[in-house]
Design a protein around this ligand. Structure first.
Ligand SMILES: O=CC(=O)O
Length: 333
């Protein structure tokens, strides 16, 4: 145990909601300062940002646990001690990679541990959109059921073609979970063939083919300049009338205005979104008025086990970085 060697190092936990398992692990090794305010939603956003700027000077590490952006101002305020930012998320589009790179600061994320939980939400959203839960739930709430044998019929996952955009950990975990659903085909798009594809019965196809052939299109790609608005008027125009889009990646993978039009005109069948632009999506947003949309509030990794594993992985990356060991899940080594 060399924790006495590191106790003088200060670590900022930049939000008040990191699972306590991660907080405790960090406290065993470092002097931990933690944001008292919530970074999710908007209520305490300004206080939370101010608190971070106040606490960060002299810190050797920051554990980031929100989808808000890491600003240059924050990194400058931290000063030369800052060695690593560990984000408790798989995505790192919000992490100011250029700013970290320019300052020689390491970055880690938490892929892998959350793949199963996010895949479960992808499957959930496939089921609830294919089976028209938005409409059914409205009927239950109003007490007026219209469940005649030929009414409000849904679609089967059985026999369908499922297209997965972004066949990394989450995409593969989703394919794995489809094994019992008797789908006809699993196809995926991306830069290269993945060695795991064969065992999962998944086949690499050009992205346009995926958009044209899929009954379900699952977005599990990271948000980059290349993937931003990959779902747009043009790609929506290639899709089948019964296509269902599931997004468990990032809201900005989709041009939401174009998606709204396609859903409203029934050019496609439905959308299941765990991520939106913005987050939170305002309660009166027009997307939420459509009968063929089901939205969840960015809960992909939200299970007890997964959030704990993410917190611990983030903490372990910090410990390794500050004790000269190699990072477990590096983005910027
Ligand atoms: O959105 C959640 C994540 O990137 O882990």
């Amino acid at each position: 145990d060399n924790s006495t060697m590191t106790k003088h190092l200060k670590v900022l936990i930049a939000s008040n909601d990191l699972p306590v398992s991660g907080v405790k692990l960090l406290q065993e090794h470092f002097t931990v300062v933690q944001n008292r305010f919530s970074y999710y939603g908007d209520d305490e956003k300004v206080q939370s940002q101010e608190e971070c700027l106040k606490l960060v000077p002299g810190c050797s590490a920051i554990v980031w646990a929100s989808s808000h952006s890491i600003t240059d101002e924050l990194l400058d305020k931290a000063g030369p001690n800052l060695k690593i930012v560990a984000t408790a998320s798989a995505g790192y589009n919000h992490c100011n990679v250029d700013g970290l790179k320019a300052r020689g600061i390491k970055l880690t994320n938490t892929p892998g541990v959350l793949s199963a939980a996010v895949a479960e939400i992808a499957i959930t959203l496939m089921l609830v959109t294919a089976r028209r839960f938005t409409e059914w739930l409205q009927q239950v709430e109003s007490g007026k059921w219209v469940n005649g044998l030929d009414k409000y019929l849904g679609q089967d996952i059985r026999g369908s073609t499922v297209g997965i955009v972004g066949f990394g950990g989450i995409g593969q975990a989703t394919a794995k979970r489809l094994a019992g659903f008797e789908v006809a085909r699993i196809i995926y798009s991306g830069h290269r063939e993945k060695p795991e594809g064969k065992a999962l019965g998944a086949q690499l196809v050009p992205q346009d083919d995926l958009f044209q052939q899929s009954d379900f299109i699952i977005l599990s790609a990271p948000l980059t300049n290349e993937t931003r608005h990959m779902i747009n008027r043009s790609t929506l125009g290639k899709m089948k009338k019964n296509a269902i889009i599931i997004n468990v990646g990032r809201g900005d993978l989709i041009d939401q205005e174009a998606l709204y039009e396609a859903l409203k005109n029934n050019d496609i069948y439905a959308a299941g979104l765990d991520v939106t632009t913005p987050e939170p999506l305002p309660a009166d947003h027009k997307l939420l008025k459509l009968p063929n949309v089901f939205v969840t509030p960015h809960i992909g990794s939200g299970t007890e086990r997964t959030r704990n594993e993410m917190a611990i992985l983030a903490a372990k990356n910090v410990i390794n970085a500050l004790t000269g060991k190699s990072l477990i899940t590096p983005v910027l080594p």
